[in-house]
Ligand binder design. Structure first.
Ligand code: FES
Length: 163
């Protein structure tokens, strides 16, 4: 499968990996088809994404997508952030192979889920937006076993994981 240089760069050197302490919003979703999981934590200041971090248990494309989505989201208003769509992410990555396009949905939907979580917690349930794809919104526990378990390692060098 051919990946662009940008995809490879974000896969090899993912930006904003990890988890924010005391996040304002948490989005954790799973892909019903491949079982991959993505978790995003956001910090909100003046209605903008002040900081965002991700953990992804997924394929290389999903890791590159997560990294790119966090870069695109930083500094955006919450309303702008939930409008980032899979096509924009795929374009910013220099394209994704056809079979991997669905992976870009995981990134945009994890971000939407985190913003939705913020809106729900802060008295704005009317602002909640639907996810783009058929993803399972998971209960956002502080730590998820698949992302933190020592047996799984703690980096993509030990598996297909960025955390
Ligand atoms: S194969 Fe599951 S997100 Fe890419």
């Amino acid at each position: 499968m051919n990946y662009s240089d940008i995809v490879m760069d974000h896969f090899m050197n993912p930006r904003n990996v990890g988890e924010l302490e005391n996040p304002d919003g948490i989005g954790q979703i799973g892909n019903v088809n491949c079982g991959d999981i993505m978790r995003m934590t956001i910090q909100v200041k003046d209605n903008r994404i002040a900081d965002v971090k991700f953990k992804t248990f997924g394929c290389g494309a999903a890791i590159a997508v997560s990294s790119m989505v966090t870069e695109m989201a930083k500094g955006k208003t919450l309303e702008e952030a939930v409008r980032i769509n899979q096509d924009e992410v795929a374009r910013a990555l220099g394209g994704l192979p056809e079979k991997k396009l669905h992976c870009s949905n995981l990134g945009t939907d994890a971000l939407k889920a985190a913003v939705n979580d913020y809106w729900r917690k802060n008295g704005h349930p009317e602002k909640v937006v639907p996810l783009e794809d058929e993803h399972l919104e998971q209960e956002a526990e502080p730590q998820h076993a698949c992302c933190h378990s020592p047996e799984r390692g703690n980096g993509q060098s030990e598996g297909r994981m960025a955390s």
